[in-house]
Design a protein around this ligand. Structure first.
Ligand code: ATP
Ligand code: MG
Length: 400
């Protein structure tokens, strides 16, 4: 025998009332993309359940892929057997023995198929007796079992499920709208993007690039980070903004210690304009309170002034060590620490103002008109679409 199905468990998604249908449809869409590399497997949806039919495919790599799909709380391996008492007994015993280091078990039988001749209570007793008399040193513990064996007698067949495998939780990407992520080459912003996606948000990225001060490798690093993030969101559009002229003008026209604050304001202005153009309703950054000079309360107050779009800051209250942990876990850390220059580090003043005031900024900005450079930056945007894996459309359709 071998496991031939994976059962998908929804978690929070199942609490969503009327929206549930839409959430499940999006999850199904996201899973379909995720499972593209496995040409044998089928994604099947019954009325109340989604499962993957493995058709001979080894389950381990499939499970690993599913663990990156938001909206899945946990997974169960399952075997499908005929609706016969003997087959169910055989299957349940196999599933129990397949678990390693198990001392106690609990058995739960459900019988949605009421035409099956034996009730769930009686079936539980038959199966429990069978498992106990065919194993050694294993007992029943209904409160805190090492493994729960679930038997579901359905119309088409009986599914026997064992060990629960945890997944990422969250909500399916695409169910809570879109955000424009300000993506640098650093550690923080990719993590911020990941956390936004975990809440179901679809991410597009904007990156400010200042050639020749920043190299092609620095830009490639950002594209590589976006590539890593597609693991969680299938496809990410990266908008690369030519930022050199704006930065040079700031450098020339604004007192050095206010340069960084005003540069951030320009970033937000350009981002908001792009978001508006692309019908995106929010911005997301990797800012974390107190981390660097631009992330004091005064800085945030001054920078945020230029936009009335919601600025989502998933890391605002997190410690750096915890952000690094996530970054390692999601696979962006190794790329983030590559030593290529970022546009912000090039013109960074020796002593940036850590407590900038709106009043001062207004004085400086009143004397300089950046609107032409902002328009030019927007016109010069290069948009690159990055997808998780490139398969032909026909291979994709086969999976449906
Ligand atoms: P990160 O690790 O994300 O680079 P950081 O700790 O270096 O963050 P800052 O340099 O102050 O912090 O940047 C704050 C936020 O501004 C970043 O998290 C990112 O969202 C945005 N940002 C900074 N530089 C760029 C850039 N070149 N392009 C797009 N967004 C940027
Ligand atoms: Mg940075």
């Amino acid at each position: 025998m071998q496991y031939d199905h994976i059962v998908i468990r929804y978690g929070e998604l199942s609490l969503k009332g009327k929206n549930k249908k839409q959430f499940i449809a999006q999850l199904r869409e996201n899973l379909k993309h995720k499972l593209k590399p496995f040409s044998n497997v089928q994604l099947i949806q019954s009325r109340d359940r989604m499962y993957i039919k493995l058709n001979g495919q080894d389950h381990q790599p499939v499970i690993e892929k599913c663990q990156d799909v938001f909206g899945i709380q946990s997974l169960n391996l399952a075997i499908r057997v005929e609706n016969s008492v003997d087959k169910i007994k055989e299957g349940a015993l196999w599933a129990l023995k397949a678990e390693e280091q198990v001392k106690t078990f609990k058995l739960t039988t459900k019988r949605p198929n009421k035409s099956f001749e034996i009730g769930s209570q009686e079936m539980n007793q038959i199966l429990g007796g069978h498992l106990l008399s065919n194993t050694e040193g294993i007992t029943v513990d209904v409160h805190n079992p090492d493994v729960e064996i679930r038997v579901e007698i359905r119309h088409d067949a009986t599914y026997i499920m064992a060990g629960k495998i945890s997944a990422s939780g969250g909500l399916p990407v695409g169910t809570t709208g879109k955000t424009l992520l300000l993506l640098s080459g650093g550690i923080d912003s990719p993590v911020a993007g990941y956390l936004a996606m975990k809440r179901g948000v679809q991410v597009e990225a904007i990156h400010f690039h200042s050639p020749p001060y920043t190299s092609d490798r620095a830009k490639q690093k950002v594209l590589d980070l976006a590539q890593e993030l597609t693991k969680y969101g299938h496809e990410i559009r990266v908008h690369v903004v030519p930022f050199t002229e704006l930065q040079q003008k700031i450098f020339r026209e604004v007192p050095e210690n206010y340069g960084m604050t005003i540069m951030r304001r320009q970033m937000l202005r350009v981002s908001e304009r792009l978001a508006e153009r692309e019908n995106i309703l929010s911005l997301t950054t990797g800012e974390s309170l107190g981390q660097v000079a631009s992330q004091t309360m005064e800085s945030m107050n001054s920078i945020n002034e230029v936009t009335n779009y919601p600025v989502i800051r998933p890391l605002v209250a997190m410690d750096k060590v915890d952000i690094i942990d996530i970054s390692r876990k999601i696979g962006t850390y190794e790329t983030s620490i590559l030593p290529y220059e970022d546009c912000c580090t090039i013109f960074v003043p020796k002593q940036p103002k850590t407590r900038p005031s709106r009043e001062k900024i207004h004085q400086f900005e009143d004397h300089v008109d950046f609107s032409e450079e902002i328009d030019k930056a927007l016109d010069g945007i290069e948009t690159i679409t990055i997808t998780e894996h490139d398969l032909t459309k026909s291979e994709f359709e086969d999976l449906l």
